[in-house]
Design a binder for this molecule. Structure first.
Ligand code: NAD
Length: 313
């Protein structure tokens, strides 16, 4: 399959690398000049479960992609949430009636962005449990195992979505064709909407969060707010199961010792966060449906304040 990775940072590099290794015609699209130059000169260098591997994958800036009118059967969106619109604005002219787009970003509301550029019948959504770290230009760390769940937005997209599942299976990405990816997106958003913002503001790892009774109470309240808003969008979250799923992450043998990605982005690297697409999205949707979401609103504003204090970019 001809696959373009729109946003070849940490996760884009993982998918690009694994799909290229399994014989697909992959290109990476990114706007970071040093990253482009490093991959062109030396290939994409990865610590792949402790072993260094080098994969020579073509990489282009959005301007180069447009100039060469490079086409793809599938574009996999893997920018940060606040960068998605900019990316699709930049590569809009290569999207045809045949191009499918798979969105694997964390967070909510991305269909509102993608539907501006891609026919709805060609949009697929997914969630991924794979992880990846960007060490510097052209270098990534890809540890552990993961899974991907995906589904088409419209019934017409089913055959193509199943083709993508088969391609991902060959690439050992452990995919499943989902029967309700919107439920899974909301369930994952609950995890991100509690662990990410709270660990970032409280300056603690996930186990630390779990040790405090007040934070346990906050987690339950935030999940209840997500659940009330999700219900208005036709998703009935099983709150008890979601809370148990979050509690399981506190275990140091699970991911308890880990600092969530928002913590790493904001506190360590002073980068803007995806909060507007997680708690901020629930706050905004809550206003639309007249559902109070005070904890999501407060957490969103705290994170934005911290972004300001750290002059995050
Ligand atoms: P990242 O910041 O490492 O990568 C994003 C890349 O997109 C960057 O290299 C950036 O230069 C590029 N980009 C952004 N806007 C662009 C534009 N207009 N034109 C060209 N390039 C552009 O981010 P990431 O960690 O890979 O995360 C991507 C998404 O995947 C996020 O939604 C994140 O929450 C989700 N996710 C990440 C992980 C992980 O372990 N990193 C795991 C699961 C889900």
């Amino acid at each position: 399959m001809k696959i373009a990775i729109a946003g070849a940072g940490a996760m884009g590099s993982r998918l690009g690398l694994m799909l290229h290794q399994s014989g697909n015609e992959v290109i990476l699209i990114d706007r970071w000049p040093a990253h482009i130059e490093a991959i062109r000169n030396n290939g994409l260098i990865a610590n792949f479960n402790g072993k260094e591997i080098v994969e020579a994958i073509p990489i282009y800036s959005p301007e180069e992609v447009i100039k060469s009118n490079i086409q793809a059967d599938l574009i996999i969106a893997l920018t940060k949430a606040n960068q998605l619109d900019g990316m699709f604005q930049a590569i809009n002219s290569i999207i045809t009636e045949q191009t499918h787009v798979l969105c694997l970003l964390n967070g909510l509301g991305h269909e509102d962005v993608l539907e501006k550029y891609v026919p709805k019948k060609n949009i697929l959504f997914g969630i991924t449990m794979w992880t990846a770290g960007l060490d510097g230009p052209g270098h990534v760390t890809l540890l552990g195992d993961g899974e991907i769940e995906l589904e088409n937005l419209e019934p017409e997209g089913e055959a193509f979505a199943k083709e993508v599942v088969a391609v991902f299976k060959d690439a050992k990405l452990n995919p499943t064709y989902s029967s309700n990816v919107r439920y899974s997106i909301w369930r994952k958003a609950c995890v991100n909407g509690t662990l990410n913002g709270l660990c970032t503001i409280l300056d603690c790892n996930i186990a630390g969060l779990g040790e405090q009774q007040p934070t346990n109470d906050m987690v339950r309240t935030i999940v209840a707010e997500f659940s009330a808003v999700a219900e208005k969008e036709g998703i009935e979250l099983d709150q008890e199961e979601v809370n148990q799923h979050i509690q399981a992450t506190y275990d140091p043998d699970n991911i308890g010792l880990h600092y969530p990605s928002m913590y790493q982005d904001l506190i360590k690297n002073h980068r803007l966060t995806e909060i507007d697409y997680i708690n901020g999205a629930v706050w905004k949707k809550g206003q639309k449906y007249d559902i109070p979401t005070p904890y999501c609103a407060f957490l969103t504003q705290l994170i934005h304040s911290k972004e300001g204090l750290l002059a995050a970019k």
